[in-house]
Ligand binder design. Structure first.
Ligand code: F6R
Length: 599
């Protein structure tokens, strides 16, 4: 059961795994570096005794390499206590020296092992696992989820949570703890969201939640909306491919229920005082990776519609540069997982400066939405592939809804203008579906470019972040060198990279009244003149773009601001095709974790 649960968390990325169970008052376990298959094989050779109480973990190495010894669970010296840990214990060096001075011998190089020894010492004082956990947590600095068993306390598992994810699954005669509901969805859809600095103590029939101070905590039970099939491949070979094809549904679900029949937008989750929303005079978007690219796209639309200045910043950089935030700044944190530590720390910093914080998130009850003043959920369903696809387009849609809502509330757009824009947005799922049926040429292209060593992506305006995202997708799953540039910036340096045969993808905006389209056509000519092989994504009827293309991919027609929602799809698919042809595991690319819960 624990192995199956770990299997469902595999997508989060890891490099070692382990299990400990309690049987007949003793600990028994196994841990192995590498994939779960190694652990499974070891368990087949040496099966564990029958047990009804155990913990398991997949580890993504931070302190100490991915070895058997560094894998979790970690045990106390007398083999009485076992723990697993997510996060980083920032004061572990000091704790470790203190324990070593006391005669403790460490079996690993991890920060986590300190907790096993501290817990064992605390049990000498109290003999109650929850109380011991409470005492230990008072001494820890950093972010952590801890889960512990004590061989002398049958049918009991105790966990603690600060900043890292932890949910409780409430079953019948059985209870579960996990960092993601996916691992217990097979057994129950009843879950309890834990708050910050809480301890949970479970037995087969009880769940007790208290604070780090020992007070009884209020908890929020909820029902998980999706079922097991959503977390399975459903006939596809890879989750990533499945999720690329789920984009029309994800987009439609994200729009669902947010527009009334008169075209007026309602964001029911918007718990921010309308008067405050009307006074917002600056927007700062903080996010990482793909979510950051979604923010970069959204900036163009938000500023255009609201006339409110909008900055987009990498969450990991944000709080370290003393950003200018006031009570009338709106900070928007975008995060698929809702657990990315860099983004969490950025929104915490924003709230300390009294800014209003809205998060855009795909995971119900995750830490980032919990710590925001309001949340707009992207209803994309679980995203299992490490490379984000359907959540990227859903995040852009959620940002657009926010932009239009602000424009509506601040009176920057007339009602009929909003209706027209919302109509364009609601047409997107069908246009995505149309495009997804025409991806065969991209397969042929991937075959042709299989031996490419480097790929360049170009775009202007909203096409620029699409170039960045196209390059990121290719880098992370095919391990190819890929770079995205603003097409107009090329002549200021990167054009030196262009050489005969180099594949250059170009996103061309729709022909329109401004000269944007023609400028991009000139940029294609510049790279073509130097021998590049051009792969052009433009509206199907765009003859000028087609004339400059060695390969042409036609996009459905529509306004420039909505084009990213379509243009990214062939680029995601291309990355997936190249990587799978090279034989790589696209769902779990090397070195990457789905939820990056460390800074
Ligand atoms: C790339 C990717 C990452 C995430 C980033 C933020 O495909 O998935 O770049 O976008 O780690 O993750 P979330 O959105 O969970 O905060």
């Amino acid at each position: 059961m624990i192995l199956a649960g770990l299997k469902r968390l595999e997508y989060r990325g890891y490099d070692s795994a382990g299990i400990t169970v309690v049987a007949d008052g003793q600990l028994a376990g196994q841990k192995k570096a590498g994939k779960l298959a190694n652990l499974t094989a070891a368990l087949e050779q040496e099966p564990l005794p029958e047990s009804h109480q155990g913990i398991g973990h997949t580890r993504w190495a931070t302190h100490g390499g991915p070895t058997d010894a560094n894998a979790h669970p970690h045990w106390s010296m007398d083999n009485r206590v076992a723990i697993v840990h997510n996060g980083i214990i920032e004061n572990f060096a000091q704790l470790r020296s203190e324990l070593m001075a006391d005669g403790v011998v460490f079996r690993s190089q991890t920060d986590s092992e300190t907790v096993a020894h501290l817990l064992r010492r605390a049990l000498d004082q109290t003999n109650d696992l929850a109380e011991a956990m409470r005492q230990v947590c008072q001494r820890l600095e950093g972010a952590f989820t801890l889960v512990a068993v004590d061989a002398t306390q049958p049918d009991r598992v105790v966990a603690a949570r600060r900043s890292s994810p932890l949910v409780v699954g409430v079953g019948e005669g059985e209870n579960f703890l996990a960092s993601d509901v996916a691992s217990f969805i097979e057994y129950t859809r009843q879950a309890i969201e834990l708050g910050q600095d809480q301890i949970v103590d479970i037995t087969p029939t009880t769940v007790n939640v208290t604070t780090f101070d020992g007070a009884v905590a209020e908890v929020r039970p909820y029902e998980i909306e999706w079922d097991l099939t959503a977390a399975e491949k459903g006939g596809y070979d890879w989750f990533m491919r499945k999720e690329i094809f789920e984009q029309p549904q994800a987009a439609a679900d994200t729009l669902l229920g947010r527009v009334d029949t008169s075209g007026r937008l309602h964001l029911d989750e918007m718990r921010i005082d309308p008067a405050l929303l009307r006074s917002i005079d600056k927007i700062v978007v903080v996010a990482c990776g793909t979510a950051y690219h979604a923010g970069l796209v959204a900036k163009y639309a938000i500023e255009h519609w609201t006339r409110i200045p909008c900055e987009v910043e990498l969450a990991s950089e944000f709080r370290y540069r003393d950003p200018i935030i006031t009570r009338t700044t709106l900070v928007v944190g975008i995060s698929q997982s809702g657990e990315t530590m860099d983004t969490l720390m950025a929104i915490r910093h924003a709230r300390e400066q009294h800014a209003a914080v809205i998060s855009i998130c795909n995971t119900n009850g995750a830490t980032i939405p919990r710590e925001s003043d309001a949340v707009i959920y992207t209803h994309a369903g679980p995203e299992i592939g490490v490379a984000s696809t359907k959540c990227f387009t859903a995040q852009i849609i959620a940002c657009y809804l926010l932009g239009l809502y602000l424009a509506q509330e601040q009176g920057m757009k007339f009602g009929d203008e909003i209706v027209t824009l919302v109509r364009e947005l609601t047409a997107i799922p069908d246009k995505m579906a149309d495009l997804l049926e025409r991806l065969e040429p991209v397969e042929a292209l991937a075959e042709e470019l299989l031996s490419a060593e480097s790929v360049i992506f170009l775009g202007r305006h909203v096409g620029y972040p699409i170039a960045l995202e196209g390059a990121l997708k290719l880098k992370e799953i095919s391990y190819l060198h890929a770079e995205g540039f603003a097409a107009g910036e090329l002549k200021h340096g990167p054009i030196a990279l262009i050489e005969p045969g180099l594949p250059v993808f170009v996103v061309v905006p729709p022909p329109g009244r401004d000269s944007l389209h023609d400028k991009v056509i000139s940029n294609i000519q510049e790279v073509r003149a130097r021998g590049a092989q051009t792969i052009v994504l433009a509206e199907s009827g765009d003859a000028a773009a087609r004339a400059q293309a060695d390969h042409f991919f036609g996009l459905p027609a529509g306004p420039t601001l909505f084009q990213p929602l379509l243009a990214i799809i062939p680029l995601q698919f291309f990355a997936c095709e190249i990587a799978t042809r090279k034989g790589y595991d696209v769902d779990q690319p090397r070195n990457l974790a789905k939820s990056v819960t460390v800074e």
